[in-house]
Design a protein around this ligand. Structure first.
Ligand code: NDP
Length: 289
């Protein structure tokens, strides 16, 4: 028989996690602040708990997925006694510092803490391609629960600094949000002449994929070797070309808010004497002095 698991927080993500555990045959106890959300899971075989304490006491492994880490802290702090000797896997999105603070708090109360970052939307849970990043001071505890956790998604252990899962998670999402900014602007620009987004989408997809395959590994190579000089596309040229975007957006009646900071960054790069370097240099200019 599969080991019992508790899930605290049954929002879109928590509900998907609990459903995946049930499907994999785990006795699953669920709790949510708004009790009504336990209904659909109870129908799938979960045991609803009336209080968070009851839920915690039902299993050695407690998975938490709330909106923010402040919510997690507020929920778990009063339950330190019940949590003692158990493993908390916190899959709430947060910052590395928040994860380290929660790990410190847990360690002080005899609780094993593993932080996680879910690289999937709820619909992708328990399907191929989804994975969850994990980090925590007690790698052996992770090994103990790895098989159970693999019912949710592929597991990727990233290290014994508890902040690392959040660091990887936010770094990956940063790449995604950059793409969101680019795609939003691209659709706005093409749409300014009434061209349907559907018609433009295949071109945009192919171009982004082609650029990604060059830019991401190329940037990594330059950053790790410290060699940013390029014969592909240097910062001085990009800086000049950038004015065309601002002009075109203004001419087409569009806002340039998302482009403006990149223009500033390119100006700064050239002013600091990096005009012959490639775009890889920009990452270094984001360090605060
Ligand atoms: P939802 O808004 O659907 O659910 C939020 C959950 O948090 C609810 O169960 C809510 O309870 C609970 N909650 C909020 N505040 C408190 C509190 N003070 N005390 C107790 N419970 C509280 O969000 P998701 O499920 O989508 O997201 C949960 C986490 O997963 C977030 O950190 C999110 O960033 C992360 N995540 C989500 C992804 C997604 O695509 N949805 C993808 C990857 C990560 P109640 O029902 O009572 O309001």
């Amino acid at each position: 028989t599969q080991s019992p698991v508790t899930v605290l927080g049954l929002g879109l993500m928590g509900s998907a996690l609990a459903a995946a555990l049930l499907k994999a045959g785990h006795a699953t106890t669920v709790w949510n602040r708004t009790a009504a959300k336990t209904g659909p899971l109870a129908a799938q075989g979960a045991t609803p708990a009336v209080t968070a304490k009851d839920a915690i006491e039902a299993a050695p492994l407690v998975i938490v997925c709330l909106t923010t880490n402040d919510n997690v802290r507020a929920l778990l702090e009063p339950e330190a006694t019940a949590l003692k000797g158990r493993t908390v896997v916190n899959l709430t999105n947060g910052s590395p510092a928040q994860a380290r603070e929660l790990a410190d708090w847990a360690a002080a109360h005899g609780i094993t803490y593993i932080d996680g970052g879910i690289m999937a939307v709820p619909q992708m849970i328990a399907t191929p391609g989804a994975y969850i990043l994990y980090s925590g001071r007690d790698e052996a505890a992770f090994a103990t629960h790895r098989e159970t956790l693999s019912a949710l998604a592929d597991t990727k252990w990233v290290g014994t600094d508890p902040g690392l899962a959040a660091l990887y998670d936010l770094s990956l999402l940063t790449g995604m949000y950059g793409m969101v900014m680019g795609v939003s602007q691209a659709y706005a620009l093409i749409g300014s002449e009434g061209i349907p987004a559907r018609e433009f989408a295949p071109l945009l997809t192919d171009f982004i994929v082609a650029m990604t395959h060059g830019l991401v590994p190329g940037g990594a190579e330059a950053l790790d070797s410290g060699r940013h000089l390029t014969d592909v596309s240097n910062l001085a040229m990009n800086r000049q070309a950038f004015a065309n975007f601002t002009s075109a957006f203004n001419e087409q009646g569009l806002r340039t808010d998302l482009f403006d900071p990149l223009q500033d960054l390119l100006d700064r790069a050239v002013e600091q004497g990096h005009g012959a370097d490639g775009l890889s240099r920009l990452a270094l200019l984001l360090k605060k002095d």
